[in-house]
Design a protein. Sequence first.
Length: 277
Amino acid sequence: MVNKPILIPAFLLFVWFLTGCGINVVATKGGLIAEGHLLLDDNFTNSIGMKFKLIPAGRFLMGSPVDEKNRNPDESIHLVEIKNPFYMGIYEVTQAQWRAVMGNNPSYFAGDDRPVEQVSWNDVIVFIDKLNAIEKTDKYRLPTEAEWEYACRSDTAGPYSFGDCLSTAEANYNGNYPYSGCLKGEYLGETLPVGSLVSNAFGLYDMHGNVAEWCQDRYDKDSNQPHRFGSLATGVQRVIRGGGWYLPAYLCRSAHRDVYGQEYGCDAIGFRLLRMP
């Protein structure tokens, strides 16, 4: 009896070779990335239907250049390294998803597919704790400011992930107040169902506008470098990012930072989740 050779797919041989040589595979065309010996799927969906996109590790310039119109002093530009890949929510957390975990819906603009709003940072932490318990994990959390801006920019360096202007075909904001030198657009006066418009290059929707999004970090105007988990600030004010449905375009820039007390909630603030691999 002749023994037949065992055939190993070329892709697996390639990954085996790289990892055996001590090379970390960051990304492949097949939608997988490898960190050490771990292969990660490009997309992940959890038990309540929340969809996540894998964001590769990398480095980027956080903040805005001094010549960016309408920038604030707390947007000092600096190099930040995102050392590990992470899963970012493709969409803002919806009202249906909130209800599935919390059993209620605090939102003003009702609709299962609209983003949940009128939730404080403290409320969101309770949601995360309950979701982690449901999923029997500890991998869900809010993104840090650095993770949020890195995911929002998606390898861009301008005011928006879409370029130097932001249109209301790309984001839900107050189109009566466009960015400097850009064209006016619509003003809907309410939230839209998540994913109604277009995604950025990483495949994430509504990073500009719709609802502003809570981040993990405490606010520190002199230290917007939270590539650590959380920042060194000691206050109770937390950072929000992305702008919202009623705000002018300049407050929806990739680098814009806003801050509220962690007990505060309104109909223009929601969140999206990060999940560690």
